[in-house]
Design a protein. Structure first.
Length: 166
């Protein structure tokens, strides 16, 4: 029953630069560390899913979501992410992906300078793919998140449904 809007420093999608974090549904009975942690993970994923939805509204197909960063190593996050995003989630082995991206870009530039169409493929050992479970759990989490977001920030009600940009 806990829902977290993780707008601790405002939010960019939707555009709420002065928003603050909100915990909804908090009672004495459900205020446990486990429930708060779950709400934090689900809130973080729902915030990212809002961004994915913005891309979908622009007509882009989302065939997979690449989950990287600190929270991506959590088995709990991995387990629910595909249901929240409504798309397969690929979790590569932990790594320095900013540095890896820079190295790949340099390899591409070097290859094209030599006349190669692209650099040699780079493998991703340890990659795990999670498919949506096909249950209603992700939909229920997204609905509770949306309800709290729209209650706390009514301007997001119409923006999420009708306009091109938040």
């Amino acid at each position: 029953g806990l829902v977290l809007l993780p707008y601790l420093d405002g939010e960019r999608t939707p555009d709420l630069p002065h928003a603050t974090g909100t915990v909804g549904g908090l009672t004495r009975a459900n205020a446990t560390p486990e429930n708060l942690a779950r709400a934090a993970f689900e809130g973080m994923l729902c915030g990212l899913a809002d961004g994915v939805d913005a891309l979908r509204r622009e007509g882009l197909q989302v065939s997979r979501v690449l989950l990287i960063g600190g929270a991506a190593v959590s088995k709990a996050v991995q387990k629910i992410a595909a249901d929240i995003f409504g798309a397969p989630v690929t979790v590569p082995a932990p790594g320095e992906y900013v540095a890896l991206g820079a190295a790949r870009q340099a390899a591409w530039a070097w290859a094209t300078a030599k006349g190669d169409p692209e650099p040699a493929p780079w493998g991703r050992p340890g990659t795990v793919v999670h498919e949506p479970a096909g249950t209603s759990h992700g939909d229920a989490v997204r609905a509770a998140y949306r309800e709290l977001r729209e209650t706390m920030h009514p301007s997001t009600r119409q923006a999420a449904r009708g306009s091109r940009y938040w």
